[in-house]
Design a protein around this ligand. Structure first.
Ligand code: ZN
Length: 222
């Protein structure tokens, strides 16, 4: 069977199952949205946010791009952010990176061209700012994974400095920014840091290093 036809059949089964469990579900969906989260994550096919958090439609407003980068000049993300904060009034924004990120690996190793190469300039800025710590990691895998972590930190701080978030903080809004990383090796989300309106943005440490090599992870599980 063609893959696209499989998607349509799976969709029918999914909608039928949801309606069986909750006959009014789609009627409520049609009435409007009030999501609890804005999720900013990587486009990687392995890191779909709703599946890994068992979230039904309506819970998350979502923006994804390669390497979960926050750029004030990115009209796409800035409009998503404005709508989520000002109109939907989400109380939480999550910036989620993931270990083994291809965009972060390319930032370290090169080998990309065209728009991807230009896009990754923002991640190269992160590498330049944390080069000593990245280069001090023991393996290529650990270098990628530590850059994933400090990239989440830097993008979260950039997010906190945007006009939209600064205005929400100044208005006393209950808005929390969360920096998380997802581990594609065990399926688990790991919180790294938080920012709210009381946080001093000039004094944000790098997040604690988590388990960056597969050997460390296996030793932890054993
Ligand atoms: Zn990625």
């Amino acid at each position: 069977m063609k893959e696209s036809k499989q998607l349509l059949l799976a969709n029918k089964a999914w909608a039928a199952e949801l309606t069986d469990d909750d006959p009014q579900f789609f009627r409520r969906q049609a009435a409007g949205q009030k999501p609890e989260f804005l999720w900013i994550g990587c486009s990687d096919s392995r890191v779909s946010p709703e599946q890994k958090t068992q979230s039904l439609p309506g819970r998350m407003f979502i923006h994804r791009n390669i390497a979960n980068l926050v750029c004030p000049e990115d009209l796409n993300l800035m409009s998503v952010l404005q709508y989520a904060v000002d109109v939907l009034e989400v109380p939480n924004i999550i910036v989620c990176g993931h270990y083994g990120c291809g965009g972060i690996k390319a930032t370290l190793d090169g080998g990309v061209t065209g728009p991807v190469d230009r896009w990754l300039d923002r991640a190269r800025d992160v590498l330049a700012d944390h080069r000593d710590e990245i280069e001090a990691q023991s393996t290529p895998e650990a270098k990628v994974n530590r850059l994933v972590e400090v990239n989440v930190r830097d993008q979260l701080v950039k997010l906190a400095r945007t006009d939209t978030v600064q205005a929400a903080f100044a208005a006393g809004r209950n808005l929390t920014l969360h920096g998380w990383v997802y581990d594609i090796r065990d399926g688990l989300l790991k919180p790294l840091m938080k920012i709210n309106r009381t946080t001093d943005l000039a004094d944000i440490a790098r997040p604690e290093r988590v388990l960056l090599t597969t050997e460390e992870l296996e030793a932890e599980v054993a």
